[in-house]
Design a protein around this ligand. Structure first.
Ligand code: DGL
Length: 258
């Protein structure tokens, strides 16, 4: 691993959707990923607990020589990024939030949906983003805590639950659906199928990757030589291996004890 690894963390497998975009844009740059699948979902936990777990995850990644931290989780971002930045003042921390500005720029009907976890949907952080970037638009901001555990366990009932959760967006007539949870791009094909071809389903992966590249270019630390990626999980290693492979990422997959 080179000395400028990008450290990426999530409550579980969802952040791999961000890792994928980062590698697409910076294939030579090594990443070190930590997915806390032993503690997923974070959305049902208290804010104190989300902060405690994510602080521990950042400490782990810094010990693995990550030089920039990407919080590839909307829930951690809206709940804890301000506190985490204060706690790690020397580390650049990039967060993930739904791309509301993009949603607003492409909607024709003026009706947009934001689909995230409950904690994200109900957060002041997200409500402020909506106020700032989607003033005058009809925004349906809904969260579900059911989807993430289904993705983590590859539960076959996922599609039925998803149909139920997406129904309000269809009824509202949104023509853009912004995904506000990094797990959801992993099932984007199902979401697009349910929403129909007239609805654009967008996620934050490419925007986060561009932001990381801007920072690394700005500090002259963008790696030119290829390096190994490592994916750590506190949960089921075979699930992490499965998703790493599915996303055509490559590197070592390792299990760490909780
Ligand atoms: N991937 C996380 C997010 O973007 C899921 C949070 C959870 O574990 O509840 O919000």
């Amino acid at each position: 691993m080179n000395s400028y690894s990008i450290g990426i963390l999530d409550s579980g497998l969802g952040g791999l959707s961000i890792a994928k975009e980062i590698k697409k844009l910076m294939s030579n740059h090594s990443i070190v990923y930590f997915g806390d699948s032993a503690n997923v979902p974070y959305s049902t936990k208290s804010e104190v607990e989300v902060y405690r777990l994510s602080k521990k995850a950042i400490e782990f990644l810094l010990a693995k020589r990550a030089k920039i931290i990407v919080i590839a989780c909307n829930t951690i971002t809206v709940v804890a990024i301000d506190r985490l930045r204060k706690n790690f003042p020397k580390t650049t921390i990039v967060g993930t939030v739904p791309v509301i500005k993009t949603a607003v720029s492409i909607t024709k009907s003026g009706k947009i949906g934001i689909f995230s976890t409950k904690k994200t949907a109900e957060s002041i952080y997200q409500k402020q983003l909506i106020k700032k970037f989607a003033k005058g638009y009809s925004v349906l901001n809904l969260g579900s805590n059911e989807i993430v555990p289904f993705i983590e366990s590859s539960n076959i009932k996922l599609k039925n639950v998803l149909k139920k959760q997406l129904k309000p967006f269809k009824e509202h007539g949104v023509d853009v659906l912004a995904l506000g949870c990094t797990h959801f791009p992993l099932i984007k094909n199902h979401i697009e199928k349910i929403m129909g071809s007239k609805v654009s389903v967008i996620d934050s992966g490419a925007a986060v990757a561009r932001q990381v590249r801007r920072i690394l270019e700005g500090s002259n630390t963008l790696s030119k030589s290829s390096a190994e990626d490592i994916f750590y999980t506190s949960g089921d290693i075979s699930q992490m291996e499965k998703f790493v492979k599915q996303l055509k990422l490559s590197g070592d997959v390792k299990k760490i004890s909780d």
